[in-house]
Design a protein around this ligand. Structure first.
Ligand code: SF4
Length: 373
């Protein structure tokens, strides 16, 4: 049976973080209609995905933890009734620290959630306020304590580095605080300035200034060293796991395998086409007609290069090079790979090639050189 993964986008948040360009709304007046439409979309997709086995279900957003557990349970029941969702499926809920209480944790666990993704971002009140996060440093500490006392053994923590006014030392402080909780999995992202965000305006007007590239690189290096010292495998550019705790859901994306996305703004991919829903809650609730794009085998190769080369495993000629592409194309790519190897930007492996970990911060540039146009 072919493998796939299921993503449910819950498009509501308490307040807008200044750096965020995901699809969400702070107005929840459309919630009932959107939930019903999402349940309908799940039902409509059943026949097209009947040959797939789903190894994971992921509630992302937005902030899915603001949804009532009964609604989350309806989605899980609907998905496991209509789809071949494995009995041991990884079922992840993105949660914000201020939504976590011992009672909520017990409820989430009871309805079948078996992994949490905690949008912690920082242990520093000044940084959290600068990003306009809805929680405070005390929530960051308290929620990790409560999770450690709950039945959840599998969870991941998100942290952000490269925050305005942060230094290498202040970032090391963050990691030092995290060390006492030793989460099974960690995702760390450099703060990026996306257009049309408040952060973009603040940077443009000089209201805030980002750390220099040199500081950001040193923060990344400090992170890699800390993770190594604390027993984490650095298995993807931004992701670190204790042994056996890699994210099944995200690892699936990084193989370039099919996925089904449900909800406003959600994307899907079935190996040949990609389609996405409108990023507007009211319009989505009325009709979930997606926009579709047929992908050429060249597009698919470029996407695989993009995701595979951010992983420690790297690109595998046998699994990742599309069958439809001929020898001539492979020859061109092999030549580019050989050039990059000479420059130290790639290393060859038994089955393919990868970017050496110390060059991962340059991965966008290195990968772009390999794209076929
Ligand atoms: S909570 Fe997450 S999705 Fe919502 S605004 Fe903040 S970063 Fe964006």
């Amino acid at each position: 049976m072919k493998r796939a993964t299921l993503y449910l986008h819950i498009p509501y948040c308490k307040q807008a973080c200044h750096y965020c360009d995901f699809h969400f709304s702070t107005v929840r007046s459309t919630e009932n209609e959107v939930v019903e439409r999402m349940l309908g979309e799940l039902a409509e997709g059943q026949s097209s995905w009947s040959e797939f086995e789903f190894s994971s279900l992921y509630f992302g957003g937005g902030t899915p933890s603001i949804l009532a557990p009964e609604l989350l349970e309806r989605f899980i029941t609907q998905a496991s009734t209509l789809y071949n969702l494995r009995e041991d499926a990884e079922i992840t809920l993105e949660v914000n620290p201020d939504d976590i209480t011992p009672e909520q944790l017990a409820e989430w666990y009871r309805i079948g959630i078996n992994r949490l993704s905690v949008g912690l971002q920082s242990f520093d009140d000044g940084e959290l306020a600068m990003m306009n996060r809805a929680h405070h440093a005390r929530h960051s500490l308290q929620c990790l304590q409560w999770i450690s006392e709950s039945p959840f053994e599998n969870y991941t923590v998100d942290l952000i580095y490269g925050i305005p006014d942060s230094t290498v030392e202040s970032w090391k402080e963050q990691l030092h605080t995290l060390a006492s909780f030793r989460p099974p999995h960690l995702s760390c992202y450099a703060l990026t300035v996306e257009e049309k965000t408040v952060l973009h305006h603040q940077v443009k007007t000089g209201e805030v200034s980002l750390p220099t590239d040199d500081i950001i690189v040193k923060q990344f290096e400090a992170l890699c060293q800390w993770a190594n010292d604390h027993g984490y495998a650095h298995y993807e550019l931004s992701n670190f796991a204790q042994p056996g705790m890699q994210s099944r859901h995200n690892s699936h994306y990084w193989t370039g395998a099919p996925y089904l996305g449900i909800g406003p703004g959600a994307h899907s991919f079935d190996s040949t086409s990609r389609w996405w829903n409108i990023s507007n809650n009211a319009l989505y609730a009325k009709c979930a007609n997606p926009t579709e794009e047929l992908l050429s085998s060249q597009d698919i190769l470029n996407e695989r290069l993009m995701v595979r080369l951010r992983t420690a495993a790297g690109f595998c000629w046998e699994n990742d090079f599309p069958d439809e592409l001929g020898r001539a194309v492979r020859f061109v790519l092999e030549r580019e790979v050989a050039r990059a190897v000479v420059k130290g930007e790639l290393v060859t492996k038994e089955t393919g090639f990868a970017i050496p970990t110390e060059r991962w911060m340059e991965s966008d540039r290195i990968i772009a050189q390999l794209f076929l146009y």
